[in-house]
Design a protein around this ligand. Structure first.
Ligand SMILES: [Zn+2]
Ligand SMILES: [Zn+2]
Length: 280
């Protein structure tokens, strides 16, 4: 499967000459295989994806981890939603009270947005997920609730033996009694176990994290501990804080890695990067 990163920022877009390398758009990743296109989150990065759609696509599945604005802000600007011949499915977590449709419509309706969700020419179908397993084309997809404010899921996408795990907003340190020493009881563990590529929240420096415990995000240190516990093969830090420049993110990485060695590859997610995971 081919994985393309369209947006890496958390919370807010951060377009600035100081963050050229890792990008300024909020969370969006596409996963393709043949004519199957799955999109993880609809942050501002989805706009560029919509403008450069691979040919031959007639169905698009958008998988939302949760409905915080940085993960849905690009939806109304995603051109394929205005194509009546495009079949669009939107998948997202079940809420406590209101349906996914009702919650999405809060944003996709006036006065926040001029066009109503139900009036979009592609007439998107809405599917609620929680602890779910489902197939889209060649992909076997698992979703599971993870530790973040409000109903939030992470995703595990399997294609043959290749595994991608996507958890842009996640605070595993709060999702376990003795993090990182209880895999079976740690939020997100089953989704990430043995993944070839893990995209994981690494928004804060340790200093920034202390007054923000419970906000649902991680430090790079916690992302490293989580990746090591889950025995992944490659970890990419994701959901960069909008106030961090390229240089600060690099510094954050050096601080977190120090002289330590990890049994997996570690990198910083950058907008525009493409990864190929062979089916195996
Ligand atoms: Zn977020
Ligand atoms: Zn969030």
């Amino acid at each position: 499967m081919k994985i393309t990163i369209w947006g890496t920022r958390g919370s807010l877009p951060a377009p600035s000459p100081d963050n050229n390398e890792f990008g300024g758009n909020t969370s969006c990743v596409s996963v393709t295989q043949g004519d199957t296109l799955v999109i993880l989150d609809a942050g501002s990065g989805i706009r560029r994806l919509g403008n450069s759609m691979p040919p031959g696509i007639s169905r698009i599945d958008i998988l939302l981890t949760h409905l915080h604005l940085d993960h849905i802000m690009g939806l109304g600007f995603f051109l394929p939603l205005y194509n009546p011949n495009m079949r669009v499915n939107i998948w997202g977590p079940t809420g406590y009270k209101e349906s996914l449709f009702t919650r999405l419509q809060r944003y996709l309706s006036p006065p926040l947005f001029p066009i109503r969700l139900q009036d979009l020419p592609s007439q998107p179908q809405i599917f609620e997920i929680n602890e779910s397993s489902f197939d889209i084309g060649p992909f076997r997809i698992k979703s599971s609730y993870i530790c973040h404010p409000g109903p939030t899921v992470g995703f595990r996408i399997e294609n043959g033996s290749a595994v991608l795990t996507y958890m842009p907003d996640h605070e595993p340190a709060l999702g376990a009694a003795h993090f990182p020493h209880e895999p079976a009881w740690t939020s997100g563990y089953e989704l990430a176990r043995g993944a070839d590529l893990l995209l994981h929240d690494a928004q804060y420096t340790p200093e920034e994290y202390l007054p923000r415990v419970g906000w649902g995000h991680s430090t790079m240190d916690d992302a490293l501990k989580f990746a090591e516990m889950a025995a992944v093969k490659k970890l990419l830090f994701f959901h960069h804080d909008p106030s961090h420049t390229d240089q600060q993110i690099q510094h954050q990485l050096h601080q977190a890695m120090g002289n330590k060695r990890f049994p997996f590859e570690v990198g910083i997610a950058a907008e525009g990067t493409v990864f190929q995971l062979p089916e195996g």
